[in-house]
Write a protein that binds this ligand. Structure first.
Ligand SMILES: [Zn+2]
Ligand SMILES: [Zn+2]
Length: 215
């Protein structure tokens, strides 16, 4: 796709030979420039490329997008990034070292098995991420991503409560990984800001102390 911005012709295409990490690395100045069905998703990804650590800018709902639809796009994006996060954490968080899911002193049962049962921390994290991705892609839970209803907030709440524990486990049990990830991605700061803005988790469940990036 290409478009005219001012007098500059901007080519938006992955040319043959483009490295994977450079794919889709064009930016949009405004969501109105994007004419596809997935405009909000593309715009959010473009914002993150340019303003990854500017949480205020990222959470601000763009014109023409409904507030809950913006939350939906953020949750999808967080799931994508959390997949990379877990592949990094995987080196440290082993079945042996973390045989049950804990964050600080609390142990959590995994809901990814029909009946909740204990799971290793990594098992819990992967199963929870799978569950969140399935929910977000479910036409029963979210029939229209551009018009998310108030009655659908409960799905965000239940996935946010569980996803939070993944970050909390990393913070309390793999602090170095958590800090390294946070310094390069700011993912927890973005997640917790959204959780607070949309009241997805009670304040009492936010157990990671305030970090310089989250204040
Ligand atoms: Zn662990
Ligand atoms: Zn599990």
């Amino acid at each position: 796709m290409s478009s005219i911005v001012g007098n500059t012709h901007v080519l938006r295409a992955n040319l043959p030979g483009t490295r994977e990490e450079d794919c889709y690395s064009w930016n949009y100045e405004s969501i109105d420039e994007i004419k596809t069905e997935l405009a909000a998703q593309e715009y959010l990804q473009s914002l993150i490329r340019r303003h990854r650590f500017d949480i205020d800018t990222l959470v601000e709902v763009p014109p023409g997008v409904e507030s809950l639809a913006w939350l939906y796009e953020h949750m999808r994006q967080i799931c994508v990034e959390l997949g990379y996060y877990l592949s990094t954490l995987h080196g440290e968080c082993t079945e042996l070292g973390c045989s049950v899911m804990r964050a600080s002193e609390t142990t959590y049962y995994c809901a990814g098995h029909g009946r909740p049962r204990p799971c290793s921390a990594m098992g819990y994290s992967v199963h929870t991420l799978d569950y969140a991705v399935r929910q977000l892609g479910s036409a029963a839970s979210f029939p229209d991503r551009r018009h998310v209803l108030d009655s659908e907030i409960k799905h965000f709440q239940s996935m946010a409560r569980r996803l939070y524990r993944v970050f909390a486990h990393a913070y309390f049990h793999h602090r170095e990984v958590f800090e390294r990830q946070e310094a390069t991605t700011g993912l927890y700061a973005r997640f917790v800001r959204l959780a607070r803005k949309y009241e997805l988790t009670p304040e009492s469940l936010i157990i990671v102390p305030e970090l310089p990036t989250t204040i």
